[in-house]
Design a protein around this ligand. Sequence first.
Ligand SMILES: *Cc1c(COP(=O)(O)O)cnc(C)c1O
Length: 411
Amino acid sequence: MPGPGYYFIGEDEEREVLEVIRSGHLNRYGSENDPKFKKKVFTLEHEVAKKFGGKYGLAVTSGTSALIVALAALRIGPGDEVICPGYTFIASMSSVITVGAVPVLAEIDESLNLDPKDVERKITAKTKAILAVHMLGNPCALAELKAIADKHGLYLIEDTAQAFGGKYRGKYLGTIGKIGTYSFNVYKTINAGDGGLILTDDEDLFKTAFAVHDQGHMPLRTGLEVGNRSVVGQNFRMNELTGAVLLAQFRKLDPLLERLHTIKKQFKDILTAELPRLEFRKLNDEKGEIATLLTVLLPSKEDADEIATKLGTKTISHSGWHVYSNMEQILGKKQLAAGAPFRSKEFPTDVVYEKGMLPKTDAILNRAINISIGVVDGGLGSAFGVNPLSTEKEIEEAAMKFVAAASYCCK
Ligand SMILES: *Cc1c(COP(=O)(O)O)cnc(C)c1O
C-alpha cells in the first residue's frame, strides 16, 4: 500500500519524535530562547527550501490543504478557471472547487502528464492558472507549459504531491512555477501519515499563503498581531510531531531515491532486453524522475487488459482513483449542484465532466500498466511489482513474470 519512505521509518524518526514529546512543546510556534521549543516544523521548512532551491517554505497539514492555500494566496476564486489534467488525484480538482473556481480538464500525452497542446486549446478569458501535476514521479513538460503560461499571463502551479525530490533540467520540481505544493501522505516519497508543504520564491505570496494557512497571521507569529491581520484564513498548521517525523524522513531522501533508481534500472533493463516491442511511458526528464513506478504502454487495450489480469493487477483506466472518468465526485456535475458543500451557487453550465470527454487520455490509459518500484498502491493500479526492500532476485523474478505475461505481443 505505501510509498517508499514508509519502508525506512525507524530509529531516526523515533529519536526526533521522542525529543518533541519529552519537551512537551507540540505546536509549531515558540520562542527562540525557550529550550523546550525544538523548532521541527520551522527547521523542515528551511531545510526543504534550502536543498530544493526555493526561497520560502511553508508546512501545512496535507497536499490538499497545500493546494487550497496556494490557490487562495494567488487569489484564485469565483469566476476563474484552472486547467488540470484528466489524469491526477481528485485533490487537484477538489481544491480548485473549494476556493470557488472551476477546474477545466485537459488531455495528457504519452508522458502521462499534461499535453501542452491541449492546455493551450483549453485557455479562455477566465483562465487564471495551469495546474501542472507531476504524475507518478515524472516531471511535466515544464518548458512548454511555462512558455504557455507566460504567453497568456497565467500562473503555473506545480502539484508535486507525487514527485517530491524529482527534478526538471537540474532544478527541483515545485520550484520552477510560481508556487509548488507537496504531500506527505503514506503513498508519497516520504511520509508522516499526513502532511504537506509549499515552496515559492515570491515573498508577498509566501506571506499571504502563511496568513491563509493560519487565520491571517504573519510568518513566525511571535507576538500579538492585532491590527496587522489582513486576510481571512484557515487553520492548516503542521504540528511538531509531524515536523519531527518528516525531518527524519527528509534527511534520507537522497539514498532513498538512489535505491529507487537502481531497482527501476534493473527491472527496466530486463524488460528492454526480453521485450523489444514493449513501449514505455515517455519521460520528460529521464534523470529527474523519482522512479517510484515503471509505466508500460501495451500495443492495445485488449493486450493491456489480458496482461493485467495475468499479473493480478489492473490497467490504469481501471485502477480507480486517478482517472477523471472514475471521479463520481465531479462526473455529470451531480455533486456540484447549488447547495452542495462549498457551492452556494449553480456550477457554470459551460464546463463538462463526462466519461469520454478526453479521448486521447482514455486511449493512453487503456493501454497503460503501472509496475510498482516504490509505490505499492492498488488505487494507482500498481498492485504488481516490487518495493524498495526487494532483493535482486525478487526483482528479477517479478520482471520475468511480466516478461512471461507479455511475450506473446511484445517479443
Ligand atoms: C496525494 C495527492 C494530493 C493530495 O495530497 P493529500 O496529502 O492526500 O491531501 C494532491 N495531488 C496529487 C496529484 C496527489 O497525488
